[in-house]
Design a protein around this ligand. Structure first.
Ligand SMILES: NC(=O)c1ccc[n+]([C@@H]2O[C@H](COP(=O)([O-])OP(=O)(O)OC[C@H]3O[C@@H](n4cnc5c(N)ncnc54)[C@H](OP(=O)(O)O)[C@@H]3O)[C@@H](O)[C@H]2O)c1
Length: 229
Protein backbone atom coordinates (compact mmCIF):
# COMPACT_ATOMS: atom_id res chain seq x y z
CA UNK A 1 0.00 0.00 0.00
CA UNK A 2 1.36 3.40 -0.93
CA UNK A 3 -1.13 6.21 -0.50
CA UNK A 4 -3.71 6.54 2.27
CA UNK A 5 -6.29 9.18 3.13
CA UNK A 6 -7.12 10.14 6.73
CA UNK A 7 -10.57 11.70 7.05
CA UNK A 8 -10.66 13.76 10.25
CA UNK A 9 -6.88 14.09 10.37
CA UNK A 10 -6.68 17.11 12.71
CA UNK A 11 -8.38 15.52 15.73
CA UNK A 12 -6.49 13.69 18.45
CA UNK A 13 -7.06 10.26 16.93
CA UNK A 14 -6.41 11.61 13.44
CA UNK A 15 -3.05 13.14 14.32
CA UNK A 16 -1.87 9.89 15.85
CA UNK A 17 -2.95 8.08 12.69
CA UNK A 18 -1.03 10.55 10.54
CA UNK A 19 2.12 9.83 12.53
CA UNK A 20 1.68 6.03 12.38
CA UNK A 21 0.99 6.21 8.64
CA UNK A 22 4.09 8.32 7.99
CA UNK A 23 6.15 5.96 10.15
CA UNK A 24 5.08 3.14 7.80
CA UNK A 25 6.17 5.11 4.75
CA UNK A 26 2.70 5.81 3.38
CA UNK A 27 1.99 8.92 1.35
CA UNK A 28 -0.72 10.68 3.39
CA UNK A 29 -3.66 12.85 2.34
CA UNK A 30 -5.50 14.41 5.28
CA UNK A 31 -9.01 15.88 5.33
CA UNK A 32 -9.93 18.34 8.07
CA UNK A 33 -12.09 21.38 8.62
CA UNK A 34 -10.58 24.61 7.22
CA UNK A 35 -10.33 26.13 10.71
CA UNK A 36 -8.32 23.13 11.89
CA UNK A 37 -5.63 23.02 9.20
CA UNK A 38 -3.10 24.67 11.53
CA UNK A 39 -3.44 21.73 13.94
CA UNK A 40 -1.51 19.78 11.31
CA UNK A 41 1.35 22.31 11.05
CA UNK A 42 3.83 19.77 12.42
CA UNK A 43 3.16 17.59 9.37
CA UNK A 44 2.67 20.30 6.75
CA UNK A 45 5.72 19.44 4.64
CA UNK A 46 5.01 15.71 4.76
CA UNK A 47 1.30 15.37 3.97
CA UNK A 48 -1.22 16.79 1.53
CA UNK A 49 -4.13 18.53 3.24
CA UNK A 50 -7.57 18.82 1.67
CA UNK A 51 -9.49 21.34 3.79
CA UNK A 52 -13.23 20.94 4.20
CA UNK A 53 -16.05 19.32 6.10
CA UNK A 54 -15.73 15.56 6.06
CA UNK A 55 -19.32 15.15 4.81
CA UNK A 56 -18.63 17.39 1.81
CA UNK A 57 -18.86 14.96 -1.08
CA UNK A 58 -16.60 17.01 -3.39
CA UNK A 59 -13.93 17.21 -0.71
CA UNK A 60 -14.02 13.45 -0.12
CA UNK A 61 -14.09 12.64 -3.84
CA UNK A 62 -10.92 14.67 -4.34
CA UNK A 63 -9.15 13.41 -1.21
CA UNK A 64 -9.65 9.66 -1.68
CA UNK A 65 -8.75 9.55 -5.38
CA UNK A 66 -5.90 7.11 -5.91
CA UNK A 67 -5.80 6.04 -2.24
CA UNK A 68 -5.47 2.32 -1.48
CA UNK A 69 -6.49 2.87 2.13
CA UNK A 70 -8.89 5.30 3.82
CA UNK A 71 -9.00 5.83 7.60
CA UNK A 72 -12.12 7.68 8.74
CA UNK A 73 -12.83 9.20 12.15
CA UNK A 74 -16.62 8.97 12.52
CA UNK A 75 -17.99 11.69 14.79
CA UNK A 76 -21.66 12.34 15.49
CA UNK A 77 -21.43 16.10 15.99
CA UNK A 78 -24.55 18.17 15.37
CA UNK A 79 -27.92 16.77 14.37
CA UNK A 80 -27.64 16.97 10.60
CA UNK A 81 -26.25 13.53 9.88
CA UNK A 82 -22.57 14.48 9.85
CA UNK A 83 -21.26 10.96 10.51
CA UNK A 84 -23.67 9.39 8.01
CA UNK A 85 -22.79 11.96 5.35
CA UNK A 86 -19.09 11.35 5.95
CA UNK A 87 -19.40 7.56 5.76
CA UNK A 88 -21.60 7.67 2.67
CA UNK A 89 -19.23 9.97 0.82
CA UNK A 90 -16.30 7.68 1.62
CA UNK A 91 -18.25 4.58 0.55
CA UNK A 92 -19.32 6.26 -2.70
CA UNK A 93 -16.00 7.63 -3.87
CA UNK A 94 -13.24 5.27 -2.73
CA UNK A 95 -11.27 3.22 -5.22
CA UNK A 96 -13.02 -0.15 -5.76
CA UNK A 97 -10.43 -2.28 -3.92
CA UNK A 98 -9.50 0.27 -1.26
CA UNK A 99 -9.19 -0.84 2.35
CA UNK A 100 -11.51 1.20 4.57
CA UNK A 101 -11.12 1.58 8.33
CA UNK A 102 -13.65 3.54 10.40
CA UNK A 103 -13.59 4.53 14.08
CA UNK A 104 -16.48 4.51 16.52
CA UNK A 105 -17.24 3.45 20.09
CA UNK A 106 -18.37 0.25 21.78
CA UNK A 107 -22.00 1.43 21.62
CA UNK A 108 -22.11 0.45 17.94
CA UNK A 109 -23.19 -3.18 17.41
CA UNK A 110 -22.78 -5.10 14.15
CA UNK A 111 -24.93 -8.08 15.01
CA UNK A 112 -26.80 -7.13 18.19
CA UNK A 113 -24.88 -9.73 20.21
CA UNK A 114 -22.92 -7.30 22.37
CA UNK A 115 -23.59 -7.50 26.10
CA UNK A 116 -23.47 -3.97 27.50
CA UNK A 117 -22.96 -2.96 31.14
CA UNK A 118 -25.66 -0.87 32.82
CA UNK A 119 -23.06 1.91 32.97
CA UNK A 120 -22.60 2.05 29.20
CA UNK A 121 -26.32 1.70 28.56
CA UNK A 122 -27.06 4.56 30.99
CA UNK A 123 -24.34 6.73 29.46
CA UNK A 124 -25.67 6.23 25.94
CA UNK A 125 -29.22 6.93 27.08
CA UNK A 126 -28.46 10.01 29.21
CA UNK A 127 -25.63 11.54 27.17
CA UNK A 128 -27.34 10.64 23.90
CA UNK A 129 -30.61 12.21 25.02
CA UNK A 130 -29.02 15.40 26.36
CA UNK A 131 -26.69 15.78 23.39
CA UNK A 132 -29.58 15.52 20.97
CA UNK A 133 -31.77 17.83 23.04
CA UNK A 134 -29.11 20.55 22.91
CA UNK A 135 -28.36 19.75 19.24
CA UNK A 136 -24.75 19.04 20.21
CA UNK A 137 -24.49 15.48 18.88
CA UNK A 138 -26.64 12.62 17.64
CA UNK A 139 -25.45 9.14 18.59
CA UNK A 140 -28.07 7.62 16.27
CA UNK A 141 -26.24 9.31 13.41
CA UNK A 142 -23.16 7.21 14.16
CA UNK A 143 -25.39 4.11 14.33
CA UNK A 144 -26.86 4.91 10.91
CA UNK A 145 -23.38 5.58 9.50
CA UNK A 146 -22.17 2.19 10.70
CA UNK A 147 -25.27 0.37 9.45
CA UNK A 148 -24.52 1.72 5.98
CA UNK A 149 -20.92 0.58 6.26
CA UNK A 150 -21.96 -2.90 7.47
CA UNK A 151 -24.33 -3.18 4.48
CA UNK A 152 -21.74 -2.14 1.92
CA UNK A 153 -19.68 -4.52 -0.18
CA UNK A 154 -16.51 -2.47 0.24
CA UNK A 155 -13.50 -3.86 2.12
CA UNK A 156 -14.37 -2.27 5.47
CA UNK A 157 -13.41 -2.66 9.12
CA UNK A 158 -15.19 -0.72 11.89
CA UNK A 159 -12.93 -0.36 14.92
CA UNK A 160 -14.88 0.12 18.14
CA UNK A 161 -12.90 1.99 20.78
CA UNK A 162 -13.25 1.59 24.54
CA UNK A 163 -12.91 4.60 26.85
CA UNK A 164 -9.73 6.38 25.80
CA UNK A 165 -6.78 7.90 27.61
CA UNK A 166 -3.63 9.75 26.61
CA UNK A 167 -0.14 8.40 27.20
CA UNK A 168 2.69 6.59 25.48
CA UNK A 169 2.02 3.57 23.34
CA UNK A 170 1.63 0.24 25.11
CA UNK A 171 1.43 -1.75 21.88
CA UNK A 172 -1.29 -3.09 19.62
CA UNK A 173 -4.64 -3.39 21.46
CA UNK A 174 -6.35 -6.78 21.71
CA UNK A 175 -9.87 -7.21 20.39
CA UNK A 176 -13.03 -9.21 20.58
CA UNK A 177 -16.07 -9.55 18.35
CA UNK A 178 -18.41 -8.70 21.20
CA UNK A 179 -18.56 -6.20 24.04
CA UNK A 180 -19.14 -8.18 27.21
CA UNK A 181 -16.22 -10.53 26.49
CA UNK A 182 -14.13 -10.60 29.73
CA UNK A 183 -10.98 -9.67 27.80
CA UNK A 184 -12.47 -6.19 27.31
CA UNK A 185 -13.55 -5.62 30.92
CA UNK A 186 -10.90 -3.00 31.70
CA UNK A 187 -12.52 -0.68 29.10
CA UNK A 188 -9.43 1.44 28.57
CA UNK A 189 -7.21 2.04 25.53
CA UNK A 190 -4.51 4.61 24.88
CA UNK A 191 -5.64 6.85 22.02
CA UNK A 192 -2.26 6.42 20.33
CA UNK A 193 -2.88 2.65 20.31
CA UNK A 194 -6.43 3.02 18.97
CA UNK A 195 -4.78 4.85 16.06
CA UNK A 196 -2.15 2.11 15.80
CA UNK A 197 -4.85 -0.57 15.56
CA UNK A 198 -6.59 1.36 12.78
CA UNK A 199 -3.42 1.89 10.75
CA UNK A 200 -2.30 -1.73 11.20
CA UNK A 201 -5.75 -2.88 10.09
CA UNK A 202 -5.03 -1.44 6.64
CA UNK A 203 -2.77 -4.41 5.93
CA UNK A 204 -4.68 -7.03 7.93
CA UNK A 205 -7.19 -8.73 5.65
CA UNK A 206 -8.40 -10.93 8.51
CA UNK A 207 -10.19 -7.83 9.82
CA UNK A 208 -12.21 -7.24 6.64
CA UNK A 209 -15.94 -7.15 7.50
CA UNK A 210 -15.18 -7.30 11.22
CA UNK A 211 -16.12 -4.75 13.89
CA UNK A 212 -13.43 -5.39 16.49
CA UNK A 213 -14.05 -3.96 19.97
CA UNK A 214 -10.60 -3.10 21.31
CA UNK A 215 -8.88 -2.73 24.69
CA UNK A 216 -5.32 -1.84 25.69
CA UNK A 217 -3.01 -4.85 25.59
CA UNK A 218 -1.52 -4.01 29.00
CA UNK A 219 -4.81 -3.56 30.81
CA UNK A 220 -5.60 -6.10 33.56
CA UNK A 221 -8.44 -7.73 31.59
CA UNK A 222 -6.30 -8.11 28.47
CA UNK A 223 -3.46 -9.62 30.45
CA UNK A 224 -5.73 -11.96 32.40
CA UNK A 225 -7.36 -13.29 29.26
CA UNK A 226 -4.47 -13.01 26.82
CA UNK A 227 -4.56 -16.66 25.91
CA UNK A 228 -8.24 -16.48 25.02
CA UNK A 229 -7.67 -13.88 22.28
N1 LIG B 1 -13.57 10.06 23.31
C1 LIG B 1 -13.74 8.82 23.71
O1 LIG B 1 -13.62 8.48 24.91
C2 LIG B 1 -14.04 7.73 22.70
C3 LIG B 1 -14.33 6.44 23.18
C4 LIG B 1 -14.55 5.44 22.27
C5 LIG B 1 -14.50 5.70 20.92
N2 LIG B 1 -14.26 6.97 20.48
C6 LIG B 1 -14.22 7.19 19.04
O2 LIG B 1 -12.93 7.67 18.71
C7 LIG B 1 -12.99 8.54 17.61
C8 LIG B 1 -12.25 9.82 17.94
O3 LIG B 1 -12.82 10.37 19.09
P1 LIG B 1 -12.02 11.39 20.00
O4 LIG B 1 -12.92 11.69 21.16
O5 LIG B 1 -10.67 10.90 20.28
O6 LIG B 1 -12.00 12.70 19.15
P2 LIG B 1 -10.88 13.36 18.24
O7 LIG B 1 -9.85 12.42 17.83
O8 LIG B 1 -10.43 14.57 18.94
O9 LIG B 1 -11.71 13.73 16.95
C9 LIG B 1 -12.72 14.63 16.95
C10 LIG B 1 -13.01 14.91 15.48
O10 LIG B 1 -14.23 15.61 15.41
C11 LIG B 1 -14.02 16.80 14.66
N3 LIG B 1 -14.94 17.81 15.18
C12 LIG B 1 -14.94 18.38 16.40
N4 LIG B 1 -15.98 19.26 16.50
C13 LIG B 1 -16.63 19.20 15.31
C14 LIG B 1 -17.78 19.86 14.79
N5 LIG B 1 -18.47 20.73 15.52
N6 LIG B 1 -18.17 19.55 13.53
C15 LIG B 1 -17.49 18.67 12.80
N7 LIG B 1 -16.39 18.01 13.23
C16 LIG B 1 -15.97 18.29 14.48
C17 LIG B 1 -12.59 17.14 14.86
O11 LIG B 1 -12.16 17.95 13.84
P3 LIG B 1 -11.37 19.33 14.12
O12 LIG B 1 -9.92 18.94 14.30
O13 LIG B 1 -11.64 20.08 12.89
O14 LIG B 1 -11.95 19.96 15.37
C18 LIG B 1 -11.96 15.76 14.82
O15 LIG B 1 -11.76 15.32 13.51
C19 LIG B 1 -14.47 8.71 17.28
O16 LIG B 1 -14.82 7.87 16.23
C20 LIG B 1 -15.17 8.26 18.55
O17 LIG B 1 -16.46 7.74 18.28
C21 LIG B 1 -14.03 7.97 21.34
Amino acid sequence: MKKVCIVGASGKLGQYMVQHALDRGYEVVGVCRAQSVEKLDAFQDRITIVPGMTNDRDVIRKAVAGCEGVLTVLVPWGVDGYATGTAQAVLDFVEPEARLIFSCGWHISKDGKDDYSWKLKTFVKVFGGLARLFRYADLDDQVEACDRIFASDTRWTVVRGSDLEEGESQGLPVWSRHVGDPVLASNRTRRIDFALFMVEALENDALIHEAPAIVGCQTPSAQAHASAV
